[in-house]
Design a protein around this ligand. Sequence first.
Ligand SMILES: *Cc1c(COP(=O)(O)O)cnc(C)c1O
Length: 399
Amino acid sequence: MPGYELFGAEERKEVNDVLETGILMRYGFDGPRKGIWKAKELEQAINKYFGAKYTQLLSSGTAALSTAMAALGIGSGDEVIIPTFTFVASFEAVVGVGAIPVLVDIDESLTLDPKAVAKAITSKTKAIMPVHMCGSMAQLDELKALCDQHNLYLIEDACQAIGGMYKGKYLGTIGHVGTFSFDFVKIMTCGEGGAVMTNDATVAERCDQYGDHGHDHYGKDRGADLHPYLGYNYRISELHAAVGLAQIRKMDQFLELQKRNHQIIYNCLKDIEGISFRIIPDPAGDTGSFLSFFLPTEAAARNTANALAEAGIAGNPYWYDNNWHYIRKWEHLKNASFMNRIHEDQKQQIMHYTNQAFAASDAIISRCISSAINLGWTEEQATERGMKMAAIIKQHVNS
Ligand SMILES: *Cc1c(COP(=O)(O)O)cnc(C)c1O
């Protein structure tokens, strides 16, 4: 899964370029930086690799989601449809811009169920935010059709699926906007960082301004910049961008190793009676960062996950009991436990949409285990791991 496994001389070289000049900031200082523009270079590299027209780097994936929504004009009272299975950043970003996260069931793709999404659309809905969880993709054709029909924005959260594709296009470049996270455990990393991708020049410009206190960046002198809109500081530093620049050059290698090891583990598990695998809308576009599978019952899944951990086979999260990725444990959201006072209407709406039964999602997530795939395993190590996993799953599949 993570690019940090192959951190090396290439990353150190890029960071050293920045350390040589000491210009750690991405904007300004045109003279002293001696032509070193790591953030700009990484933005161009992302456009080239993933086929986006515009990319704005930011300080995190969460900042990227917030910036994307602000740039689209999403705010107070607007509803954004997100899945019950995602990382907490999805709803953090939505509530952060003053909008309402509308939680909607997933299906066996582990992403938004288009039929459930259709039912959740109201006159206040502004966007649908599919999250390409655990390295694979949402059903984008169906969701895009809903967006077209109801005049909604499609915001792809591709933070966990960098390098994944859907019908020949990279995830994150298909919706009106798409986001990546380059935090430390993502497919490629900057240490911390994120990106918004879009083909819309106005949205791109707004992202560039929003992430830098509203600076319009028209002139050479930062102090003389105008500020057409309010913004914040969500800037990435040159040091972080430098790491990402070395990492993006290794993306082909990351994906090749990940897919190879994914296939090895899959081959070890595929014939086990009683288990089934996550539905992948476009199998060729899977990044291979996780192998997600279903046991017949909640008990069997929990027992299997526990047995894998006890056997020392780490990296097999059981999401149903996980605090960060599934709605069941998001009491802070369900209780609207904000540190500061938020608008009472927003609070009531958040509580309304999150305190519902999500039986369809429960029935799926309670039976699911996602097995993380490492880059660093040799073929022998992956095979050994897969065989050990298979033996343990067989022992517990009917437990
Ligand atoms: C990691 C992640 C984010 C947020 O990224 P950060 O860079 O950690 O802020 C958003 N969405 C998903 C699905 C993620 O996995």
